[in-house]
Design a protein around this ligand. Sequence first.
Ligand code: G4P
Length: 549
Amino acid sequence: MPLPASTQGALASAPRGVPAEVSRRRTFAVISHPDAGKSTITEALALHARKIAEAGAVHGKAGRKSTVSDWMEMEQARGISVSSTALQFEYRAAGSDIDHVINLVDTPGHSDFSEDTYRVLTAVDAAVMLIDAAKGLEPQTLKLFQVCRHRGIPVITVINKWDRPGRAPLELLDEIDERIGLTPTPLFLPVGIAGDFRGLLRRGPDGEATEYLHFSRTAGGATIAGEETLSTEAAEAREGEAWTTAVEESELLAATGQVHDQELFLAGQTSPVIYASAMLNFGVRQLLETLVAFAPAPGPRTDITGTPRQTTDPFSAVVFKVQAGMDTAHRDRLAFMRIVSGEFERGMVVTHAQTGRPFATKYALTVFGRERATIDTAYPGDVVGLVNATALAPGHTLYLDKKVEFPPIPSFAPEHFAALRAQSAGKYKQFRKAIDQLDSEGVVQVLRNDVRGEASPVLAAVGPMQFEVVTARMQAEFNVETQLDFLGYSLARRTDAASAAELDRQRGVEVFTRSDGVLLALFSDKWRLQYIQKEMPKLTLEPLVAATD
Ligand code: G4P
């Protein structure tokens, strides 16, 4: 089912000027381990924005109806979403007369890691950490959280699936505190244990119970859950022990200072927590309210000279993702930019900072899955897809008026390495072209050395899924069958020309030049690296940026 026009592209409201548009925007991503409920909560959020008649229509996995996010065959086959897209909708909080604009930037949903995931997090102002109530913190959530911490992105925590048996509410909070050093400060506590989710206790500024939101189920959770607001007295009369337990828990948390503090939240030290059931739509409205009330609106971004670019400055944007072959019928190449400052108007001619050349923005789109719509105006925080943006790569800047350039997106430390070659020597030309294309999109890092030659470059990736994307696209878009030979290296260090010759003589070490000119030494394992560092302390061996730094 196609999305109604109102969910895509231009929002209905009249223009109000950049400051007002900025203040009503919230741009965030959901970070979670696969199966925690990211697709379900995306649907539920859009449902609450009253833009879509029925949950299940926006963003599902293969097999669900109208899975608009699954455009690549590989994605469909595996029920994953490799690419990132953005969903934009308006939300008016209860008692407010402002229509907020919510930009939900999708992170790839597969269990492997790729650089795309990191890059998406450079485009958001906040993250929602979605945790399964029965499983607690899982490996991918932890990794993604580390990226948020690294980038100073404030995190709102949603403990999902409270309708199913799970762990005790405070135990889950302790785990967050102990394992990642983030102090959880619930805004709402569940009334009823996991598996018996009756509603939410709203906590006041000092952790006191202020009201009770009682939920009632709707068939299959396909429409917004019924919600009734009760006083604390009425709550006790109705829920008895389930209510008094929640009150006690709230007091215990207040005694240790676990109440919301906006400054500490923005500083990444605390995280507001909401208990929810994405499936039943319980707690979803509360998440939207929290985003609107506490998540930061788009703010200034520092350029390469260290000067903050204010949102009210002339138009500027950062490309955070490039995707080719989204539409096999068109063979196009889309660059997704996050607007940093000013107003974007489709058709305006901007400058590409890296080449100094003009860039026409005649074809500007919002993209969510298979659905595309032309976008005419956009503001800081918004994500816009530019069609046929051949010169653009992740990290590039576009601007209007005086030159501005934002720092490059760091390329993360690869941990997987494989040599790639065309199965047929006759395809060498296409093979070269394809490698250059995929390299410039940032699909993988490409490493070369004289010994292996041009016919067999080495691909370096953060997650092995990146290799699959390369081989699938080589075949589908360039008609080149390739073979991957996994190499026995597991870590990389930056080195220099003076150290390279010595390193190349060592067993279990190989030196390469990455396509951006950086010299990388690959090591079979950390013991080999440690041994060499000990034996030859003068060699240059610098760690690369890792998500967990
Ligand atoms: P993901 O995108 O994070 O990978 O997770 P997804 O939303 O696909 O959810 C994974 C599974 O968890 C789905 O079940 C989904 O229905 C279920 N789920 C999500 N949120 C909740 C919740 O709040 N409560 C309960 N009880 N289940 C939830 P599935 O059986 O794998 O798929 P489906 O057949 O239900 O679609």
